[in-house]
Ligand binder design. Structure first.
Ligand SMILES: *[C@@H]1O[C@H](CO)[C@@H](O)[C@H](O)[C@H]1NC(C)=O
Ligand SMILES: *[C@@H]1O[C@H](CO)[C@@H](O)[C@H](O)[C@H]1NC(C)=O
Ligand SMILES: [Zn+2]
Length: 542
């Protein structure tokens, strides 16, 4: 028996040293050990200390049980869990460290949960049905926004029945006398931000012509831009920052940067938005560039509409920093504006182009957009007290980027794996299951992508397995990070549609149970028990 055990141990040790078929030896080899960058990590004590300080931090943390006056929801479109791991590694490596040990700002939040992203008729979701889930609290039809799943995609007629419309958490905040706003790097009429204000059977109905092209009447089914300007709650939003001017102006009108509009109804919705605010005698302003935004700092009108591009905002790494606002700058001005309401506010902030970069297999851009959103979260966390402001960070759905291979610690996250394929050809640490980056094999051998002339330029496509025009979303769960009042409500694994209900609970707005009334329930319970007790006693006495 003893010799058998010894033998087993010997076999296991040998396997560890040599590596087995599934787990090659290199990262554990002596040669690799010699390259360890963080010497302190070789001591067991380092990890014990690291864990002890984490325990102490958790014990010292006091969760605020106040009502969340302000709620800011950050949405990384397509920000899958592997995207987080890769982005934090890139952040650390940009700072000259190994990278893996780094944390994004929001990864330091005290509560983390996971949500299931499927929709009523879709295993793998899009940004429209998920926006309806995480903003309106209802899972619905793939491609539909702000309506329940009785409405089929493009079901204009079905969507006219108001009983099928669902309210967003922005509606709930407004009904409570708070303010609401939206910031996004996509067109303001794109699926995610539209979840705040639109009720529409088709996410592509961003302007009137898109509705009419599908054979519907915009009087019955108004386009998304029209809803933002003329319907509740869009017309009550105090801050609207994003891209997408083209959906607000006619086809024969050029915007400030020379781009033509998409509307064929001859309406200029930017002018109509300004007129509506004039009619309501509230101060207002339309802006379209960074200079105007930055000069707003201490003189904010009551209502601001900022549309900074004809379509989406540019990727941060490709934008001119002098002329284009960052997500952080937009978020900061939005918070300053909304903070004027003493009752509080709901703000939706989207890092919307993580998704676009993934769809194009542009890994570096996807990770950089994630880091840009993290900076905006950090700024919001500086501006808003943990005591009365809830910040929630999540994603709508995953993507199919894989983080793979067996590279050593600190290996360049954007480079090829240290491993080679069976034919000795390099493969990337970050690649995709599908998308436009397909390369045909030549005589059964993968091409050497690291030898391509544009290798690792910003728009170089990472390699994929299945050729598709656009890389697809993923069906895996996405993470939720929460900080501020009642953050621990966001722990666990649950349906994505619970998110606005949890935020509303913490903020004491909207239908359903509230943190504020829960406090009275807790008080009421002993009273109830006492009453029962007295009743029982009196029964026995009879
Ligand atoms: C950015 O825009 C400014 C103002 O138009 C211009 O002077 C500058 O050359 C631009 N920078 C780059 C890198 O294009
Ligand atoms: C792949 O290309 C790189 C860069 O040109 C080169 O250094 C490497 O030797 C190539 N590997 C193979 C297997 O062709
Ligand atoms: Zn997408």
């Amino acid at each position: 028996m003893r010799s058998l055990l010894t033998c087993l141990v010997a076999v296991l040790v040998a396997a560890c040293v040599r590596g087995d078929r599934y787990h090659p030896a290199d990262p554990g080899s002596r040669a690799a050990a010699a390259t360890v960058v963080n010497r302190a990590e070789t001591s067991a004590n380092y990890w014990a200390q690291e864990a002890q300080s984490a325990i102490n931090a958790r014990l010292a943390h006091k969760e605020s049980v106040k009502k969340a006056r302000n709620v800011v929801m950050f949405l990384g479109d397509g920000m899958s869990v592997p995207t987080l791991a890769a982005a934090r590694t890139l952040l650390g490596q940009r700072r000259g460290h190994t990278g893996e040990e780094t944390k994004l700002h929001f990864e330091t939040f005290p509560t983390v949960g996971l949500v299931k992203t499927y929709c009523v008729n879709a295993q793998i979701a899009d940004s429209a049905c998920t926006a309806t889930a995480y903003l309106c609290g209802v899972k619905t039809t793939y491609g539909a926004i702000g309506v329940n799943a009785e409405v089929p995609r493009r079901g204009c007629e079905e969507s006219t029945d108001a009983s099928r419309h669902v309210e967003s958490i922005a509606d709930w905040a407004l009904a409570d006398g708070r303010d609401a706003g939206i910031v996004t790097t996509t067109r303001i009429t794109h699926a995610s931000p539209a979840g705040v204000y639109a009720k529409v059977a088709e996410r592509d109905w961003e302007h009137n012509k898109a509705v009419e092209d599908h054979g519907y009447d915009t009087d019955r089914c108004p386009d998304i831009a029209h809803q933002l300007v003329h319907k509740h709650p869009g017309n009550k939003l105090k801050v609207i920052f994003g891209g997408g001017r083209r959906n607000f102006i006619p086809t024969d009108v050029q915007d400030e940067e020379g781009d033509f509009g998409r509307r064929t109804d001859n309406r200029n919705l930017i002018q109509e938005w300004l007129q509506d605010k004039e009619d309501r005698k509230v101060t207002n302003m339309f802006i379209w560039n960074r200079e105007q935004l930055m000069s707003l700092d201490d003189d904010l009108p009551e209502y601001i509409l900022g549309l900074f591009e004809s379509s989406h905002l540019q990727y941060n790494m490709q934008a001119n920093a002098t002329t284009e606002p960052t997500l952080t700058e937009l978020t900061e001005i939005a918070i300053r504006s909304l903070s004027r309401n003493e009752k509080g506010f709901f703000l939706f902030v989207e890092g919307g182009r993580i998704d676009h970069a993934h769809h194009d297999n542009f890994v570096e851009l996807a990770l950089d957009e994630t880091l840009e959103m993290d900076k905006a979260v950090e700024r919001a966390a500086e501006l808003l007290s943990e005591d009365d402001s809830l910040i929630v960070v999540t994603a709508d759905h995953a993507h199919v980027m894989a983080f793979n291979g067996y590279s050593r610690r600190g290996h360049d996250i954007l480079g090829p794996s240290r491993d080679l394929d069976e034919k000795g050809v390099p493969y990337m640490t970050l690649s995709y299951t599908n998308g436009p980056g397909f390369r045909a094999h030549v005589n059964g051998v993968r091409p050497n992508v690291t030898a391509e002339s544009d290798y690792r330029s910003l728009e170089w496509e990472a390699h994929v397995d299945v050729p598709l025009e656009d890389e697809t979303h993923g069906g895996d769960d996405v993470a939720v990070f929460a900080r501020g009042p009642h953050h621990s409500m966001f722990t666990g694994l649950y349906e994505q549609s619970q998110l606005p209900h949890l935020m509303a609970y913490a903020a004491c707005i909207g239908p359903g149970r509230h943190a504020c009334s829960a406090a009275t329930h807790a008080l009421a319970q002993p009273v109830l028990l006492l009453t029962l007790f007295v009743l029982l006693i009196s029964l026995f006495q009879q």
